[in-house]
Design a protein around this ligand. Structure first.
Ligand SMILES: Nc1ncnc2c1ncn2[C@@H]1O[C@H](COP(=O)(O)OP(=O)(O)O)[C@@H](O)[C@H]1O
Ligand SMILES: Cc1cn([C@H]2C[C@H](O)[C@@H](COP(=O)(O)OP(=O)(O)O)O2)c(=O)[nH]c1=O
Length: 229
């Protein structure tokens, strides 16, 4: 058996205490929807994996958009081809409607904490750029078609980063989608920041051009802070 030095035991105890504290706070937090948003390569999936393996989140429901349903598969077909941007928006939106009906609403009604890697703000921010030739105020137009049926998140964590850095990170990751272009991502980032400015009570902006540990701590703090509301 390895005997840990005194300071390591202390660090371990502090860590265990932190996990317990978050777990207690989360038990009190019933039926909350938390969304993670940001441009491609901003670090959402990395943080989703961290939260998913964090012991305090063992009873949370983790999900994503595009979903893993057949509509989500259709969405990926659109992403991988030259599909008309309006048709693409409709597919993303159909996927969202089905996501809400089959997973989001039932889980929230069951008192679960739901954490979604991308959600409605992805549509507002991305299709707000791809549809800029079609509508005068594309982002507002896309928001409008969600009114009356979408479920608005309790908290949206916006992962903010310079697109140049994000695209470089995506390159290293090895996958590339047609949206991973600096010019397009600059527009998407601006849209996200406009959304956050319009709803400061819902959004928390996290600078993800930092050490992963700092980002993890800030995300945990943002999530537990909605307990106070
Ligand atoms: N804080 C960070 N510092 C350096 N690299 C990071 C950081 N966060 C994520 N990455 C790396 O950047 C790439 C994109 O991250 P990922 O989580 O897949 O982004 P997203 O899901 O937002 O597209 C991955 O290769 C990941 O390992
Ligand atoms: C959910 C959603 C995603 N997207 C885009 C963002 C991504 O470039 C792409 C696929 O999403 P995703 O697989 O989440 O990409 P990543 O892991 O790189 O963030 O679809 C939209 O344009 N609109 C949407 O409503």
């Amino acid at each position: 058996m390895r005997i840990l030095p005194e300071h390591k035991i202390k660090e371990q105890k502090i860590e265990e205490h932190k996990v317990k504290k978050i777990a207690v706070q989360l038990t009190l937090m019933k039926g909350k929807l938390i969304t993670l948003e940001g441009i491609d390569g901003s670090g959402k999936s990395t943080i989703t994996r961290f939260l998913n393996s964090h012991p305090a989140f063992s009873s949370a429901v983790f999900t994503r958009e595009p979903t893993t349903s057949w509509i989500g598969d259709a969405v990926y077909k659109a992403i991988e081809s030259n599909t008309d941007h309006l048709a693409e928006l409709m597919l993303f939106t159909a996927d969202h409607a089905n996501h809400i009906a089959t997973l989001i609403r039932p889980a929230l009604e069951d008192g679960k904490i739901v954490i979604s890697d991308r959600y409605s703000d992805s549509r507002y921010a991305y299709q707000g750029v791809t549809l800029k030739e079609r509508f005068d105020e594309p982002m507002e137009w896309v928001q409008q078609i969600h009114k009356g049926w979408t479920v608005v998140p309790d908290l949206t964590v916006l992962f903010d980063i310079d697109p140049e850095i994000a695209v470089r990170r995506c390159g290293k990751r090895g996958e590339q989608t047609k949206f991973e272009k600096i010019e397009l991502l600059n527009g998407v980032r601006k849209n996200y920041l406009r959304l956050a400015e319009k709803e400061p009570e819902r959004f928390v902006i996290i600078d993800t051009d930092r050490d992963l540990k700092e980002i993890e701590n800030d995300v945990l703090q943002a999530i537990t802070s909605i307990m106070e509301n």
